[in-house]
Each structure stands twice: as C-alpha cells, then as structure tokens.
Design a protein around this ligand. Structure first.
Ligand code: SAM
Length: 319
C-alpha cells in the first residue's frame, strides 16, 4: 500500500477513475490536481513497479503530502510534484519531458484540506480571513476583489460564476457595506449575503453558497484555467491516452463537456452544406457519457455528491 493514510481528503470516484485511467507498469500519467494525492497514490500503486506520475497543484501546501508519498515509494522518482497552475500543463510537461502520456486527470475544485482550513477563507461555516486563493502567492484575495470591484461588474460576476438569481441585491448590499466597513472575514461576508437575501427562508443550502462559489471562481480565474488546461492536456496525451475529469458544479461540467464535444467533432460545417469542407480532424473520442458517484460513496463521503465524471480518449493525429 503506497502512501500514508490520507484522512484529510477522500479521493472521489476512485474505482471509476482508476478503471478509466487503466494504470499499468511502465505507464506515465499527469495528475493535474494533486491535492492530497489520493488518486495519484492509487495510480502509482496500480502501475507498480515503474509507472510514473507528474503531479501539479497550484497550492504550495500540497508539497509535504507529495513528499510523504514519495517517501513511501521504493523509487521516489516515480512521483514528481510541480507547483503550477494546470493552465501551464503543456509547458510543465514539455520542460520535464513528460509528454505522450497515458492519461491526465483533472479532479477540479478544492480539496478538503483547503475547505476545512478556516485560514484559507473558502468556508462560510467557520470564520477566517476572506482569502480564497488556491495559490497564496497570487493576487487579488477575495477581500481585495470585493473591496475594489464596481457594483455592475460584481453583479455580473455573481450571475455568471454563481448563477445567483439575487445577484443585484447582493451586489448592492456588498457595496453599501464596504462604504461603512471593510469586508475582511468569511463570517462577516456570509452574514452580509444572508441578510441581503432576507435570511435562509428554509433553504437547504446556505444563502451565501452561490456567492462564495462565484467569488472563488473569479479570484482563481478557474474557468479560464480549465479551458486552457484541458485543451493543452490533449496536446500531451499519447494516442489512446485517456483524459479523465471530475467536475463539481454545473459551470465546470458544462465547460468540460463543451471542450470534449468540440474536440470530438468530426465536422463543423453548417448543416446546409451538402458535403463536408471544414477538414476538421477530431483530437478526442468521447468514452461513454457522464458518470456519477454511487449512493454508497455519497453516504460515505458527502462531498462526492455533486461529482460528474467524464472520459475521453486521444485520437492519433491526422497523417
Ligand atoms: C479536489 S482536489 C484534488 C484531490 C486529489 N485528486 C486527491 O485525491 O487528493 C483539487 C486540487 O486541485 C488544485 N487546483 C485547483 N485548480 C487548480 C489549477 N488551476 N491549477 C493547479 N491546481 C489546481 C487545488 O489546489 C486542489 O488541491
């Protein structure tokens, strides 16, 4: 068994991910979102004795977790972690001569280590600084963004990234509040949003859920990174290599689905064209439809409940 028991974060849809990636001896994989290394450790275990994993994570706090896994390997060089945004996946892979790989995994969003640490500012149930950066070396923080953005842009951001129906009310309340007092803590921000929408009104989720999602996406430019990262992951896959994604909300999933659809399209000519003239060669083949975790997994790990998994396979380049 590789790696220390990693109780901080349970790898979501672990069996399905491993089945999709098909690790075997000698294979090489990129884990674009290392987190606690749960999936990476399984891939290393299943590709014993010489399978290799290049792992990326924007968060420097992933480093000690990678070191713990490396220390449990007979050959620690089987795992390399680079602190990088996965938007740069092709650049990192080329620098480390880790191209033509057998699989790339994107397990999007946040790890439990990040969500459960109040100091990272992602959670509204515990109080902490309003930060929300995956990489604390970047700017702005959530507090900085909220302090400077104009009301219209804030409303648009809440609509676009949070799909928040009460974006106008919330944006107004934030701007009014910051004129009186700086908004610097997660509890303060959550309470302000809750008040702006008139309380909980019996809703199952906290009224600030969508606002927190929107601000987090903006702070980390998450959708742009997914677009760039997933597209360039296709460049580093060998023919037959697998792209496996786990998304946790509809914006992420819609984006991944669109990329896979576009990259699998065999023809993009308008329907009225009698014959194909576009010359498009697909780079991917979709493998089945979307998959969801079992109810048993959700019962064991409620954070898996919104997961949507997609698989695609790299096609050979046109000759
Ligand atoms: C859901 S966790 C991954 C968990 C991991 N699969 C495991 O089993 O432990 C997502 C991780 O991806 C990282 N991440 C999210 N967006 C990123 C990006 N654009 N570039 C690099 N890392 C990113 C986060 O910092 C987080 O550690």
């Amino acid at each position: 068994m590789i790696a220390p028991p990693n109780r901080g974060h349970l790898p979501v849809m672990r069996d399905e991910v491993i089945f999709a990636l098909r690790p075997h001896a000698g294979a090489r994989f990129i884990d674009a979102t290392f987190g606690g290394g749960g999936h990476a450790a399984l891939v290393l275990e299943q590709s014993f004795p010489d399978g290799r994993v290049l792992a990326l994570d924007a968060d420097p706090e992933a480093r000690p977790r990678a070191e713990a896994i490396r220390a449990s390997l007979e050959n620690p060089d089987r795992l390399v972690l680079v602190q990088a945004n996965f938007a740069e996946i092709a650049k990192v892979a080329e620098q480390l001569r880790f191209t033509q790989v057998d699989g790339v995994l994107f397990d999007l969003g946040l790890s439990s280590f990040q969500l459960d640490d109040p100091e990272r500012g992602f959670a509204f149930r515990t109080d902490g600084p309003l930060d929300m950066r995956m990489n604390p070396g970047t700017h702005p923080t959530a507090a900085e963004l909220i302090a400077t953005i104009d009301e219209l842009s804030l409303m648009q951001l809440l609509r676009e990234y949070g799909e928040e129906p009460r974006a106008r009310q919330i944006a107004r309340a934030i701007v009014q509040e910051r004129e009186k007092e700086s908004i610097v803590s997660t509890a303060q921000f959550a309470a302000l949003v809750e008040k702006a929408v008139g309380g909980r009104r019996g809703a199952k989720t906290h009224p600030a859920t969508r606002t927190f999602q929107a601000v987090r996406i903006a702070v980390n430019q998450e959708l742009d990174s997914i677009e760039r990262g997933v597209r360039s992951a296709i460049d580093v896959l060998a023919p037959g290599g697998r792209l496996v994604t786990l998304a946790f909300h509809s914006l992420e999933d819609r984006l991944v689905k669109r990329i896979i659809q576009e990259e699998s399209a065999t023809c993009i000519c308008p329907p009225e064209m009698p014959v194909c003239v576009c010359g498009v060669t697909p780079r991917l083949r979709r493998v089945g439809g979307s998959r969801k975790p079992t109810s048993a997994e959700i019962a064991h790990n409620p954070r898996a409940r919104s997961a949507i998994m997609r698989i695609a396979e790299r096609l050979p380049d046109a000759s």
